[in-house]
Design a protein around this ligand. Structure first.
Ligand SMILES: [Zn+2]
Length: 317
């Protein structure tokens, strides 16, 4: 069972990347798997195919095969997940040094995911499941799933762009039926989170046998070579035809059953890829300075800012 796991900060284009990878023959995109138990099932959110989760034929078949139906496991996992998958529990997940209760609950959580991925793979017939959960804590938990061949893609977007996206108020949630809006985050706090997460990703990547980094900006500007490189880096080098759905600045997508994520999960047909760099004109100068200062080491490392004035951005290593 291969799982291609996307890790990164929210609002970095992960749904787009997930769907582009899920359209590779032999792969399936499942969306943000870690949201199934936290909100998708309980709120009956709409799947990428447009159906509510409880009526989507794909997820009904997955739930039936994995657990004999979703109802009992959904309730149990909704209470278990917040106790088990927490950033402060990462050391216990890595070392296994934890109290008996935590060890038992982690084992149960891991077993549920083992069955879940196996069912996704079996129902879809795909060898690779693309999971855009993004969370590093979830990734540490998944590393304990026996027989799960984890390949990790760290998706990174310029911290100023991410900060700008999270500072926008009044954006309606893609799954909203009552007009409720997406959460916001002040730029200085977002910058600290972004820097901390990228630091974790660097540690994770160095420990993983198969890991890649994708810059959102490269994915949009030159999607095909960016995906080719990422897939090769995670040991899944694409065949000549595997990326036929990816054009020079566009992608053609069939409907999928990805859950959670951005509005992009509903997009089908030919999609023109456009770089969202509105932050350059919209993000206030003060916020821009703070975010740049807090995230500077990584901005330099990923080639978002150059050491020489007017140096062109370099490709991510
Ligand atoms: Zn569906």
């Amino acid at each position: 069972m291969k799982v291609l796991y996307i890790v990164g900060v929210g609002r970095s284009g992960s749904t787009l990347l997930e769907r582009m990878l899920g359209a590779v023959p032999g792969s399936v995109n499942a969306g943000e798997v870690n949201a199934i138990f936290s909100r998708v099932a309980s709120q009956d959110q709409r799947c990428g195919c447009g159906e509510p989760f409880s009526r989507c034929p794909f997820w009904c078949a997955v739930g039936e095969r994995a657990f004999g139906g979703w109802s009992s496991v959904s309730r149990r996992m909704a209470s278990l997940q917040p106790r088990v998958v927490r950033q402060r529990h990462v050391p216990q997940m890595v070392t296994g040094l934890a109290g008996a209760t935590y060890r038992r609950e982690l084992a149960e959580y891991v077993d549920v995911h083992h069955r879940l991925y196996r069912a996704i793979s079996s129902v879809s017939g795909a060898e690779v499941v693309v999971d855009a959960s993004k969370s590093t804590a979830q990734l540490f938990a998944l590393r304990r799933v026996e027989g799960l061949d984890l390949r990790v893609v760290n998706l990174v977007r310029d911290s100023r762009g991410v900060a700008n996206s999270w500072s926008k108020a009044g954006v309606v949630k893609p799954q909203s039926t009552d007009g409720s809006t997406m959460g916001t985050y002040p730029p200085h706090r977002l910058a600290v989170l972004w820097a901390a997460l990228q630091l974790e990703c660097a540690v994770l990547s160095s420990a993983a046998p198969h890991a890649a980094r994708v810059r959102y900006e490269d994915l949009v500007a030159c999607p095909r070579p960016t995906l080719e490189r990422a897939l090769s880096d995670v040991g899944l080098a694409p065949t000549e035809q595997a990326l036929d759905h990816v054009g020079e600045r566009s992608v053609v997508l069939d409907p999928s059953h990805g859950v959670a994520g951005s509005r992009t999960r509903f997009a089908t047909g030919r999609i023109e890829l456009e770089l969202d760099d509105a932050w350059r004109s919209v993000l206030p100068a003060g916020a821009r300075r703070v975010v740049t200062a807090v995230t500077l080491p990584q901005l330099l490392g990923y080639g978002y800012v150059g050491l020489r004035p007017n140096a062109p951005p370099t490709r991510a290593a």
